[in-house]
Ligand binder design. Structure first.
Ligand code: BEZ
Length: 259
């Protein structure tokens, strides 16, 4: 994946563990092949994998013949990507340090961790050559709404007043399309895709891994009770009669060309 610490570009230490992510969140990469396919042929192209996480999509891009660079805000994730023999560097996705260096930018399940969406899209536009391609999937409007609402309620019970807007940005399709156009892109498509996703590891594991930056705000001696409380709150919405857990994902998927 590639998720990031609140206010950063992708999973960021100390709130992210590459090993834990690999164990509990592999489904994030497993579901990303259709997004990768949207890039088309990448043989010989310079490609940036924004929010590379522990590198599964970076590896997939390399296997398709791209000359790929992964970036992630988390040192742990960058090290895990490099350990696969791939090129990766630590960077804040809201302040990308590249100028006209890439033919394409790919990003899966990362951009929603970057609250300053304008800074992200501006940085991607800077990183691309004219005519360069952006293919991304992130959380969109209504993403993990039941989980987010439960987190907000449980945080309030801990005396923490937040909407979590400073952690996650889940734009609507019209808003993201307008943002892309403002930053010089011609948008081929930008669509919201509801995708309830089975969470085999269970809701407590999902929270422990994918909401790690939120949990970090809770006092360490309250975290276990907090996770139990959030799990209870989401049960009516997200636990099926057969006991399986579902996360209420809504993806925002787009393909755009830099003018
Ligand atoms: C997502 O991929 O949409 C997501 C993952 C973790 C927390 C919130 C959203």
């Amino acid at each position: 994946m590639s998720e990031a610490q609140a206010g950063q570009g992708a999973p960021s230490t100390p709130d992210w563990s590459a090993a834990r992510y690999a164990r509990d969140a592999r489904f994030v990469a497993d579901l990303a092949t259709p997004v990768l396919d949207l890039l088309g042929p990448v043989q010989g192209l310079e490609v940036l994998d924004l929010g590379c996480g522990d590198g599964p999509m970076t590896a997939a891009l390399a296997a398709r013949g791209a000359r790929v660079t992964g970036v992630d805000a988390s040192a742990d994730m960058v090290a895990a990507t490099q350990a696969r023999g791939l090129t990766a560097q630590q960077a804040d996705g809201q302040a990308l340090p590249f100028e006209g260096a890439f033919d394409a930018v790919f990003s899966n399940a990362a951009i929603h961790w970057m609250p300053d969406q304008d800074a992200v899209i501006a940085g991607i536009a800077r990183a691309l050559r004219p005519g360069g391609l952006l293919v991304a999937e992130q959380g969109g409007q209504g993403n993990v709404a039941a989980i987010r609402t439960a987190l907000i309620a449980a945080l309030a019970e801990e005396g923490i007043d937040t909407t979590l807007d400073e952690v996650w940005a889940f734009p609507s399709a019209p808003a993201q399309r307008a943002r892309l156009e403002r930053h010089g892109f011609t948008v081929e498509h930008c669509d919201l895709i509801p995708r309830p996703t089975r969470v085999d590891a269970g809701m407590e594991a999902w929270l422990g891994t994918l909401a790690a930056p939120v949990l970090a705000r809770v006092a360490p001696d309250r975290r276990e009770a907090f996770i139990t409380r959030v799990t209870r709150l989401v049960t009516p919405a997200l636990r099926a009669e057969d006991g399986t857990w579902w996360a209420d994902y809504v993806r925002l998927r787009y393909r755009a060309i830099l003018r």
